[in-house]
Design a protein. Structure first.
Length: 212
């Protein structure tokens, strides 16, 4: 009789212990498998809740001025953005414009070159579309950038050839300048950006430098 009672007590303790373990595991799983409105599998967790997935987060950086007089934060123009992603974004935005059928975009360290094909090619449509394409690109890059556009099919290959060049190529700057010159000569560039900047966002000082 005593043995039966002891056995019953041991069995009850084992059952209660198992229940406690199950409750703890359930709580841990609830913490791991966050809810997104639908039931998710273990395999989904990495994709949906990986903190390194930038699609699920806002970009945020706080920069503090150095307390040392005259010392400023180190800033490299190459740090500003991913040029490949920026070119892709500009291309997608410009091809969404009403009069643009396709768009090739090159983003360098200081320029955006865009070659596009039009559905309407009368003078007014060319001018208005050039203005729209240019301003679309301007909205996607830092303000020091200059944007050049062309609807001349003969110049598309020139623009695309620049994309295959290395940033440190010896003739890169000269190639960009000559291509820009042809783009401005053959295609409208839209309206002036401001009283102090021309159609491409160039100031007087920029134009002096580019003419050298």
């Amino acid at each position: 009789m005593k043995k039966s009672k002891v056995g019953a007590i041991i069995l009850s303790a084992m059952i209660l212990g198992a229940c406690a373990v199950n409750e703890r595991q359930t709580a841990e799983n609830d913490a791991v498998y966050k809810k997104s409105g639908n039931t998710i599998n273990r395999d989904d967790r990495h994709d949906l809740y990986n903190p390194s997935n930038n699609d699920n987060n806002f970009g945020f950086v706080r920069e503090v001025k150095s307390p040392v007089p005259g010392e400023t934060a180190k800033f490299n123009r190459n740090d500003a953005m991913d040029r490949e992603k920026t070119a892709s974004m500009i291309s997608k935005m410009t091809v969404a414009l009403p009069n643009v059928l396709d768009s090739s975009v090159v983003v360098t360290d200081a320029e955006v070159l865009i070659a596009y094909k039009l559905s309407e090619t009368d003078k007014k449509s060319r001018f208005d579309t050039a203005d729209q394409v240019k301003k679309t690109a301007m909205s996607a890059v830092p303000r020091w950038y200059h944007v050049y556009v062309t609807d001349d099919p003969a110049l598309r290959q020139y623009v695309e050839n620049i994309a295959s060049m290395k940033p440190n190529s010896a003739d890169k700057d000269q190639t960009v300048r000559s291509t820009v010159r042809m783009m401005k000569e053959s295609s409208p560039q839209g309206r002036k950006m401001s009283d102090t900047e021309n159609e491409n966002g160039e100031s007087r000082e920029d134009r002096m430098i580019n003419s050298r």
